[in-house]
Design a protein around this ligand. Structure first.
Ligand SMILES: Cc1cc2nc3c(=O)[nH]c(=O)nc-3n(C[C@H](O)[C@H](O)[C@H](O)COP(=O)(O)O)c2cc1C
Length: 375
């Protein structure tokens, strides 16, 4: 998965070529893609809609937002996967997509608690879909009002949470006590420079493999939304927007064909930037599950989003880097090394690996409105 920083540098090259008309255009930003993050005003009366308008803000792989919601009766809903939103090359068994259902369900549960409701979920009522997810129900959920229910303390972080893909401040160390708090609900951490350096080597190896192997690279390029018009038209995938990008588009230096071409300047700059961000690792957290069944993957998503929300409350930036955990052939060496380094034995599976540090403040990533998820 490739962050939106990837082509900002390519845009820098184009900036000098921008005409007066271009300058007008480069001030343009996506207009509607971030609207789902504004949850001000009267919440919907139906608790399910309130919970799900928060849940669609959950982190999810490649921002595919694969969630399909079917409302049932007064207080239940079924959540299933839109098969077109899977990532067959980099996520051949839909492991990461399933983690993105864990994050969704957990955020829904947290939001429901804020209104005094518990949300109970029955996972895969028709059996766990293997080896790939299909249209079968991932979770059936039921909401019930409970007098005196305590709101989840992570609620306030839901709209502030980000996957921060920028370079982190090398001079600011993250303290063990902060990392301990981040993984309180599951996960492990290290800020030990030697250990982090060993993992960093594998992380960098894996992102380089992903970017230079035609199948995985193509999957990313196909999901890029390049410039504000594309981002507003399809508020998902890999959003590449901002003044530099608009300048690069106007200058004819950024388009899908150039980003797909591994010999282009845009690609070279993107790869270099990726090394820079993926190499900026003050500390790491990871989440390991005892097995790799669907319930393990959902649980990993739950733990991951709680860690991300907790980091948000501590003012820390977090960025998952999943390349070395993926299941396609070319990356299998890094996969083995990372599992070995992180002590995952036997059936144990590392589901998430993320860097944590102090990063610049960034805005939210695009989202489709809730209504588009409701079947
Ligand atoms: C299972 C999973 C794997 C992810 N892997 C990566 C990754 O390898 N690289 C990356 O830049 N972001 C990764 N992300 C973060 C998503 O890209 C991000 O959640 C999505 O773009 C939405 O952005 P947001 O989290 O800021 O709302 C991952 C997220 C999840 C849930």
């Amino acid at each position: 998965m490739v962050s939106r920083r990837m082509v900002l540098g390519a845009g820098l090259g184009g900036l000098a070529l921008v005409s007066a008309g271009g300058v007008w255009r480069v001030t343009r930003m996506p207009q509607t893609a971030y609207a789902p993050w504004s949850l001000d005003g009267q919440p919907p009366e139906d608790i399910r809609l309130d919970a799900f308008r928060h849940a669609i803000l959950a982190p999810n792989p490649h921002n595919r937002q694969p969630w399909v919601i079917r409302l049932i009766g007064e207080d239940e809903a079924e959540i299933s996967c839109d098969p077109a939103k899977r990532l067959p090359v980099t996520d051949p068994f839909d492991r990461q997509i399933t983690i993105g259902f864990g994050t969704f369900l957990e955020v829904a549960r947290i939001a429901a608690s804020e209104r005094g409701y518990v949300m109970e979920a029955e996972l895969f009522p028709g059996g766990a879909a293997q080896p790939r997810l299909d249209e079968a129900v991932v979770a059936r959920v039921k909401f019930a009002k409970v007098e005196g229910l305590e709101s989840d303390h992570l609620y306030s972080a839901i709209t502030q949470r980000r996957s921060n893909k920028e370079v982190y401040d090398p001079a600011k160390n993250v303290k063990d006590i902060q990392l301990e708090t981040i993984v309180l609900d599951g996960g492990a951490f290290s800020a030990d420079p030697e250990f982090v350096a060993q993992l960093r080597t594998q992380i960098l190896k894996a992102i380089e493999i992903e970017m230079t192997t035609p199948g995985p690279h193509r999957e990313s390029v196909d999901l890029m939304r390049i410039g504000y018009k594309q981002v507003d038209a399809n508020p998902d995938g890999i959003d590449i927007s901002g003044p530099m990008v608009e300048a690069g588009i106007v200058a004819g230096q950024i388009d899908r064909a150039q980003l797909a071409d591994m010999n282009s300047q845009a690609f070279a700059i993107g790869l270099e930037q990726m090394r820079e961000t993926y190499g900026s690792v003050p500390s790491l957290i990871w989440i390991t599950t005892p097995g790799n069944g669907r319930a393990d993957q959902i649980e990993a998503g739950r733990q991951y989003v709680r860690a991300n929300l907790q980091a948000t409350q501590l003012g820390l930036a977090m960025h998952p880097m999943s390349q070395s955990l993926q299941e396609y052939e070319e990356v299998s060496g890094a996969y083995r090394e990372v599992h070995k380094l992180l002590g995952a034995n036997g059936e144990e599976r590392v589901q998430m690996l993320a860097r944590v540090g102090y990063g610049p403040t960034i805005g939210p990533s695009p989202r489709w409105p809730l209504a588009t998820h409701i079947d």
